[in-house]
Design a protein around this ligand. Structure first.
Ligand SMILES: *[C@@H]1O[C@H](CO)[C@@H](O)[C@H](O)[C@H]1NC(C)=O
Ligand SMILES: *[C@@H]1O[C@H](CO)[C@@H](O)[C@H](O)[C@H]1NC(C)=O
Ligand SMILES: *[C@@H]1O[C@H](CO)[C@@H](O)[C@H](O)[C@H]1NC(C)=O
Ligand SMILES: *[C@@H]1O[C@H](CO)[C@@H](O)[C@H](O)[C@H]1NC(C)=O
Length: 372
């Protein structure tokens, strides 16, 4: 009897031990599988995401395809290498038409970001059906660019023109412009602004009639720009109204655009970090192909908020009231933009402080603290 009882006890003990062991192993497996899930699977080049290599299409384009004619092979022959993207409102239809017609001289994909809801009103334009139209109410150029110009999606394009809608292109030829950009080795550029007719915010953007390209400006003033200057606003800088980016530069700039800071203020000052090297060489303003910046306030225009033009005509009270309302709206947008600028600066500074690996390539004297 006694023996039987101790056998029973032993059996119970062994059972408990086995159960505990199973439980531990089970937990271990569970943890392991959880761990597996969070650890990126080492991707053998050959079977990325479980697909055979030949089927994988790693780039895309903004070209419209025919519903029943096979266009896959046609599109390879057409060297569409330029993407023109503009945030537009119907008020600038005439001007946008002029810009797009110029760009059709080169084979170029066109994307219009409609911020005012008027899409159908563009249908009478000859090129309308070949453009891609995206509508989102009251959004800015940078908002659209962040959402619809992901670098992977636009990676077939050699150059991306991300322009405001109020640009005058009378003296601008895209093909010649691109030739200069390529031959000068520019990764980020903008056409110079005609000083006589444009709204100028920064001296570096003013056209120099004597040169084809300039990369710096020198002047004395509240800010001293000399040949020694190494960064914005003296060199290595373009403004946000008509930038042109190489593929590599755009990859970087897209990352720099913040999802919530939709007005893009402060971004231009940091563009030089995306220049794929020395910003004093790879960022430039092209003088021989120049534009007029009309500075028309709108969501599509960078300058929308920078200048408040007061339109006062005593005999037209309704127009005055309406313009007062829009001035009020603009001053609110301007306030928001200024606030965003401050947030962007703080975010940049914080990122610089927190990233131990990163050193400022343009900071020649004061290196970041490292293991010293
Ligand atoms: C497009 O192709 C033509 C001729 O095939 C070539 O001359 C031109 O440089 C190409 N354009 C670009 C931007 O590569
Ligand atoms: C544009 O594409 C057409 C083919 O559709 C081609 O014949 C033409 O040379 C291209 N033009 C440029 C400037 O690349
Ligand atoms: C867009 O903004 C305008 C001006 O503030 C406003 O009148 C309009 O209702 C807005 N549209 C939408 C869809 O939010
Ligand atoms: C700019 O340079 C001038 C002459 O060298 C100098 O007097 C002035 O203080 C400088 N201004 C600034 C803001 O550095």
């Amino acid at each position: 009897m006694k023996k039987g009882a101790s056998y029973g006890l032993l059996t119970a003990l062994v059972t408990i031990v086995i159960l505990v062991a199973i439980k531990i192993q089970h937990e271990h497996l569970k943890m392991e599988s959880r761990w597996m899930r969070f650890t990126p699977i080492k991707r053998a080049n050959k079977h990325w995401d479980g697909l055979p290599r030949g089927i994988m299409e790693s780039t895309s384009d903004m070209e419209l395809k025919h519903l029943w004619k096979t266009s896959r092979f046609n599109s390879i022959n057409v060297n569409i290498t330029v993407l023109l993207a503009i945030a537009v409102g119907i008020k600038q239809k005439h001007n946008v038409n002029t810009i797009v017609r110029k760009f059709h001289l080169v084979n170029c994909s066109v994307m219009l970001f409609h911020y005012d809801g008027n899409v159908d009103e563009w249908r009478d334009l000859e090129w309308n059906d070949r453009a891609i139209h995206i509508l989102a109410y009251n959004q800015t150029k940078w908002w659209f660019a962040k959402r619809f110009l992901h670098p992977d999606i636009v990676s077939i394009y050699d150059y991306i023109f991300l322009w405001d809608e109020d640009i005058g292109v009378e003296n601008f030829h895209p093909e010649r412009y691109l030739q200069i950009m390529i031959s000068e080795g520019l990764e980020i550029s903008q056409p110079a602004l005609d000083p006589d007719s444009s709204e100028i915010h920064h001296r570096i953007t003013i056209r120099n009639k004597a040169t084809k390209v300039h990369r710096r400006v020198t002047y004395r003033g509240s800010l001293n720009c000399s040949s020694e200057s190494r960064g914005p606003p003296c060199t290595g800088w373009v403004e946000g109204m008509a930038p042109v980016f190489s593929r590599a530069a755009w990859h970087c700039v897209w990352l720099l655009i913040q999802n919530d800071l939709i007005h893009g203020w402060g971004l231009d000052m940091k563009l030089g970090y995306c220049a794929q090297g020395d910003r004093t060489r790879k960022v430039g303003v092209i003088d021989s192909e120049y534009i007029i910046h009309q500075g028309i306030p709108s969501l599509g225009g960078t300058s929308a908020n920078k200048q408040l033009s007061h339109h006062r005509s005593p005999e037209q009270m309704t127009i005055k009231a309406r313009s007062d309302r829009s001035v009020d709206l603009r001053s609110q947008i301007r306030r928001q933009s200024t606030a965003e600028l401050e947030i962007f600066r703080r975010r940049w500074d914080q990122a610089v402080r927190e990233d131990e690996e990163w050193t400022d390539p343009f900071h020649h004297h004061k290196r970041k603290r490292r293991a010293s």
